[in-house]
Design a binder for this molecule. Sequence first.
Ligand code: HEM
Ligand SMILES: *[C@@H]1O[C@H](CO)[C@@H](O)[C@H](O)[C@H]1NC(C)=O
Ligand SMILES: *[C@@H]1O[C@H](CO)[C@@H](O)[C@H](O)[C@H]1NC(C)=O
Length: 534
Amino acid sequence: MGNQITTLLPLVVVPAFLARIYYRWQNDFLRKLRGPDSSSFLYGNDIDLICQNEVGDCEFKWAREYGNVWRQHGCLGTDRLVVADPEALRYILHVPGYHFDKRKEVLKFVEMTFGRGLTWATGETHRRQRGVMNPAFSAPQMRTFLPMFQNSASKLVQVLKEEVIAAEPSGQLVVDMIGWLSRTTLDVIGEAGFGFQFGSLDGLENPLRKQNENLFTGTPLRYGFIIRTIWYYILELPSDPLRYLPTPRYRRFRRYSAFMRNFSQGIVERSIIEGDGKDVMSVLLRANASEDPRRTLSDIEMVDQIATLLFAGHDTTAKSLTWYLYEIARNPECQERVRAEIAAIRAKKSGEELSATDLESMAYTLATIKEGLRLHPIVHTLLKEATQDDVIPLSSPIVTKSGEQVSSIPVRKGTLVDLAVGVYNRLPEIWGIDANEFKPERFLDIDKSHRSNVGVFGNLMTFSSGPSGCIGWRFAVLEMQTIIVTLLENFEFSLPPQTEKTRIYRKLAGGLMASVVKGGKGAWMGLVVKSLEE
Ligand code: HEM
Ligand SMILES: *[C@@H]1O[C@H](CO)[C@@H](O)[C@H](O)[C@H]1NC(C)=O
Ligand SMILES: *[C@@H]1O[C@H](CO)[C@@H](O)[C@H](O)[C@H]1NC(C)=O
């Protein structure tokens, strides 16, 4: 009996989903759109994305060939709509009612590893969670974090001077900045996020830090991709088939999740008892207590916000800072101009700490930060799916395969939509023909008529936008301003001699765009760090 079922099952299931793929394909507007030919039956164009020399190579090329909207082949015929058109992005991110929400495969992974926090929440659950959480990320709230940011930034400078540069005072030392920036942003998110002292700049070992460091190591399951596609997008089954896999990588995700739940439980209990904390979680707990009970976070949702903050707020900021230092090292005139701007503000301060207003008044420095985030969005592509039938408007028409011009794209429920953040951030229509170059001035004298109305910060897609855009963008910007100003007041950064061994490439690591060198192990950003005279 059991044997018969196992032989019969494929005979039913396989034709059923082939018929289904065919039916969808016949009825889909996507198939009228131009786009790259499929490179592999199993993987579609995803194989091109995996094999490309640097993140963005394929998408930049496809956008030049097909315009700002194109069709891309995915795994087993699950085609995707790729969007870099400003009006289309604005519509997708701002249309009320969650017409375009987070993609299932991402959600399941997030749920397994980081639990039911904000990055997992969709639809009404998301609206409720976000409603409680938004006030904890307001501009006035962020200003209260400034002393914590300054404290960690000063510690970073001190450690670099005492431990790194003092050991090699030649002034030509190549320092891999990634580890240092990662420790700094970990200490910051621990303290400002949930009142926990990691002490990683003080050299303290911490089991939580260990868990975080190794989370994404090891090779992903070879066929995980195919299993997920069949499961979620062809059979449309709920639950998560990979959750119980006995591979080392998945065991590590599950161990992490169990560890985090226990750790976070302790933090929440302590915060409730102490009651007067200044960190994000304490603010959240107080907000939850004063809300209408129908609009609050459950206990497990609250606990899981800690893993969520660590996941969303640590490596993201560290990698963005890394890319910033890379650009500033490559552009010494810009670096000098930033330093001069800091010195001018300092001269007025007679020794006190800089305020948030001082940081805001550094227009050129802020422009360099925007320019770094524009060229190096660590989330290079955002994965969404249509939750209902809809029509996406375009700012400029595109030409279909048959030569017809269309100025909007009908999509069906379930359509997979990729938002091409990196492509949008370099569109010549918006940023000018020098869009590939690092030119902070573009943010000082930008022609307003060329601007779209997309992102939350500098009109960039780097933090996404709308009701599910990055909730922590103000946190990230203020943290980056503080760390950058403190570093540039104390050090000069330059590139080491450029050889095949030191040339930096953009590669994905744990889903984020990281800097690597050929043949290197993991992310690397070696810069010559020279201490400036006091
Ligand atoms: C430069 C650093 C950062 C970048 C580039 C960045 C970027 C992003 C992006 C692209 C998203 C996805 C939005 C979407 O799905 O449409 C996101 C979501 C999120 N980010 Fe950030 N982020 C950064 C730093 C932070 C920090 C410091 C925090 C917390 C303190 C944070 C917390 C979150 C959370 C909780 C979400 C989920 C929002 C939601 O689903 O409603 N991020 N971020
Ligand atoms: C759970 O967390 C507490 C501290 O909050 C710690 O003492 C304990 O060892 C943790 N248990 C496990 C199994 O990690
Ligand atoms: C948030 O508030 C609700 C309703 O008052 C309550 O049931 C829940 O336990 C609170 N969550 C936390 C973590 O305190």
